[in-house]
Design a binder for this molecule. Structure first.
Ligand SMILES: O=C(COP(=O)(O)O)[C@@H](O)[C@H](O)[C@H](O)COP(=O)(O)O
Length: 385
């Protein structure tokens, strides 16, 4: 059945760190209120069908539905205005890093590349349209590579790949090289090994979209890299992801299953450490221990005539208690390494942090190490006297 463009629903999830309470910790409710006012106005004016405002760690999350398609100027401008209003409140309250992710002074047509993270998809709404919105803090977009592989390509995770004829043909993964700004499409199960060869380097190769082979969008992930946009370290690019569920897409339980394994991701303190991704309910989506550990929350909605029905706070459940316990044990183990790799990230990843500034000071102090090399200890002795 063919659908006119106007009938399609777009789900836009746009997030930004506009300042937070007590450090890079938690969004203040007054900033959420300020952004809610802007979205309420846009709903009243008919631009948005519906919206839901939430927060994970220090990231303010705008979940919006409309009929304008992806990359729509008006919708992006509304999100930008919502963040600006929230940032104003953050500044008034003296919140930490107020306006952090708003890298431009004014809106210029599309919010991508201006700081906020964006995941959007347009689809013909099914009679029942279940979707899951994942939001992570203190990590990067590649953190979703492993779960996405399991959801859409691993039959040991997703029974539907074997059992359900609608999923048996596999999926198309679009992989983005965030350094080069290039993408390629890989078809599973045929290209499985090529896919793994790339996405095992999640700081560079990020799964951007997953499509079913009939062209239906199944998942979309934000892929902004703040450091590459701003040219210097600003913060990790805490990602968001949308996944459609059921009836020819993976079941809700198959979508959540990979998060029962708290896999190691990059981010955590100063965006410079590897740690376990801990699934939490919204009430626990705040950063504490060593600015983490990295956390992911998941909200489940049904979309009906573009309206957001729900949400259900999916990781706020005893079924993930054991995962959280494991994550704590892994966090403790990793923390014991202090500033040593592999807890602290390797030199390539540290290039985009503040470490190079520190190392620069040592550059001129290096001397050739040859026979007869004498350590300089005079300076130290003088200090002791
Ligand atoms: O990763 C962090 C912030 O990232 P985020 O804002 O969540 O993108 C934090 O760990 C900070 O890097 C850390 O708290 C130091 O912050 P500053 O004192 O340099 O602002």
């Amino acid at each position: 059945m063919s659908h006119e463009r106007g009938e399609k629903i777009t789900l836009s999830v746009i997030k930004a760190d506009i300042g937070s309470l007590a450090g890079h910790h938690k969004v203040h409710p007054d900033t959420m209120l300020a952004s809610t006012r802007v979205l309420a106005e846009a709903k009243k004016n008919g631009l948005l069908i519906d919206y839901y405002v939430t927060a994970v760690g220090d990231d303010l999350q705008l979940i919006m539905t409309h009929k304008k398609g992806v990359n729509n100027k008006e919708v992006h401008e509304t999100a930008w205005n919502a963040f600006e209003e929230a940032a104003k409140v953050a500044k008034e309250l003296g919140l930490y890093a107020a306006g952090q992710d708003l890298l431009s002074n004014s809106f210029s047509g599309n919010i991508r590349g201006m700081g906020p993270g964006v995941a959007e998809m347009e689809f013909n709404e099914r009679p029942a349209e279940p979707v899951v919105v994942f939001m992570a803090d203190k990590t990067e977009p590649g953190a979703f590579n492993l779960p996405l592989y399991k959801i859409f390509a691993d039959p040991f995770n997703t029974a539907g790949l074997v059992i359900d004829p609608r999923m048996h043909n596999g999926f198309i993964f679009t992989v983005l090289d965030v350094y080069e700004g290039k993408a390629l499409d890989l078809s599973t199960p045929n290209d499985l090994y090529d896919l793994l060869a790339l996405i095992g380097t999640p700081s560079r190769y990020v799964i951007k979209y997953v499509h079913r082979k009939d062209g239906e969008i199944a998942s979309t992930i934000s892929s902004e890299r703040l450091s590459l946009i701003a040219g210097k370290y600003i913060g990790k690019d805490d990602p968001v992801m949308i996944v459609r569920a059921q009836s020819g897409f993976p079941a809700l339980g198959e979508i959540l299953e990979p998060f029962s394994f708290p896999h190691l991701v990059e981010g955590w303190m100063r965006g410079s450490h590897a740690g376990p991704l801990m699934p939490v309910g919204i009430k626990d989506a705040k950063m504490t221990r060593f600015d983490g550990p990295p956390r992911v929350a998941a909200l489940g909605f049904n979309i009906k005539n573009g309206n957001l029905v729900g949400p259900s706070d999916l990781f706020d459940d005893v079924a993930f208690d054991e995962t959280r316990r494991q994550a704590q044990i892994i966090a403790e183990y990793m923390r014991r390494h202090g500033p040593f790799m592999p807890h602290r990230l390797g030199p390539e990843d540290m290039e985009y942090t503040t470490l190079p500034d520190v190392l620069k000071k040592l550059e001129n102090k290096f001397r050739p190490f040859e026979l007869g090399y004498k350590p300089i200890i005079k300076h130290e002795l003088e200090e002791i006297k």
